[in-house]
Design a protein around this ligand. Structure first.
Ligand code: PMP
Length: 392
């Protein structure tokens, strides 16, 4: 036995931040750390359409007997056309429900490993869990720099150069929209170039779409994923409903694979089932059942989409407010208005982040990542004052 070889690991820094925020007695404290949507009152409520679907589920569900490793097939079937449009013919597509986007990423990573893919290219910074998920499945994450945090820009040339450097058969991770942690997405022209490179170089795109509907709008947010998956021979899409249905703890997601033909697709599907069985046997049901009820009912779908639109509009308005702070010292906030979704990463050092927490009760990730939804109109002004004090 080698339990003695294990060492104590540090607590997850973001979870530690949550604890520190909770224990801070200052009434004006500002939480820009945790990655959940917040409304104007600072809450993360259950969406009204989701509540109604839950009531319907409670009233009608007559069994909690097992489903299968594929989860709620009706959920996956209802979601697929909304996510992928007609980008990929149905016979080339296989999909299964997963425990959140994280479960989809892990399952996809294991499928890649089974298929003999050994490397995945990841532009940095990325969601901190990406590299550990792929490494845990036995892949080698190949990180490359593609963002300039100071100017809030994506370096398209660096991204394309990495795709040129990747070997045929390598995988490449692509954030579908609302990049976490920068909020900077490729524009349509760059997506077209990425799709072309992926096809020509024979790469396997793995798109992570965790924020559809929170960027520019439902279809625009999926346009990049569709463009890439339409042109690849093999590809994957990890999807999360945890933000756009506000289902977070219900762990609601899906994984789709793209294969060259129906026969190859059936093979991938059977492997997805086997991998799911060996991981969690079956995904948790509640969130997917609720999302399915919403998606199968036109009135509930319309209500949910209106709520989602209001969330997106709140993010756009807050981004404009932060952007209007302009340049403070060497920190240019103007580009924040161009970003999408919940996150932006500010060019702050770790000690500047700590100073803001200590002196102004402003909480953010040590990387300088802020959650735009954590702001209110009043706290944007206060944030600007704190940044002025910081650079003085
Ligand atoms: N991908 C990205 C880019 C994310 O930001 C997140 C959640 N923070 C996930 C995947 C995982 O989503 P879920 O909570 O559904 O597992």
């Amino acid at each position: 036995m080698a339990f003695e070889q294990l060492s104590l690991l540090p607590a997850d820094p973001l979870l530690a931040l949550i604890g520190a925020y909770r224990d801070d007695p200052r009434p004006f404290k500002l939480d820009l750390g945790v990655g959940v949507f917040r409304d104007a009152a600072g809450g993360t409520p259950v969406m009204r359409a989701v509540k109604k679907a839950e009531e319907r589920l409670l009233a009608t569900q007559d069994s909690k007997s097992y489903l299968g490793p594929e989860g709620d097939a009706g959920f996956v079937a209802a979601l697929a056309p909304l996510v992928l449009g007609d980008a990929v013919p149905a016979e080339r597509l296989a999909g299964i429900q997963t425990p959140g986007g994280t479960g989809a990423l892990r399952l996809g990573a294991e499928l890649l490993a089974r298929a003999g893919v050994s490397r995945i290219w990841i532009a940095t910074p990325s969601w901190p869990n990406h590299a550990p998920i792929f490494a845990a499945a036995g892949l080698t994450p190949e990180a490359f720099d593609a963002f300039d945090v100071a100017s809030q820009t994506l370096d398209g040339a660096a991204l394309l150069a990495a795709l040129d450097k990747a070997a045929p058969g390598d995988a490449v991770l692509l954030h579908g929209c609302c990049h976490n942690p920068t909020g900077i997405d490729p524009d349509a022209a760059l997506w077209a170039e990425i799709a072309e490179r992926v096809e020509v170089r024979g790469l396997v795109p793995f798109v992570d779409l965790a924020y559809q509907g929170l960027g520019d709008g439902w279809d625009v947010d999926a346009a990049g994923a569709r463009a890439v998956l339409a042109r690849c021979r093999h590809g994957l899409l990890a999807y999360s409903c945890d933000k756009n249905f506000a289902l977070y703890r219900e762990r609601t997601g899906a994984l789709w694979t793209v294969a060259p033909d129906a026969e190859a697709s059936a093979i991938l599907y059977s492997n997805l089932l086997a991998l799911a069985r060996a991981n969690w046997s079956m995904p948790p049901d509640h969130g997917a059942a609720v999302a399915r009820i919403v998606l199968e009912d036109a009135a509930l779908t319309a209500e949910w989409r209106a709520e989602l639109d209001a969330m997106r509009e709140r993010l756009v308005t807050l981004r404009q407010g932060v952007s209007a702070l302009g340049t403070i010292g060497s920190i240019d906030l103007a580009p924040i208005a161009r970003g999408k979704g919940m996150f932006a990463t500010l060019p702050l050092t770790r000690s500047q982040v700590a100073w803001l927490r200590e002196h102004h009760a402003i909480y953010m990730a040590a990387s300088g990542r802020i959650n735009i939804a954590g702001f209110s109109e009043a706290s944007i002004a206060r944030f600007g004052e704190a940044l002025k004090a910081l650079v003085e």
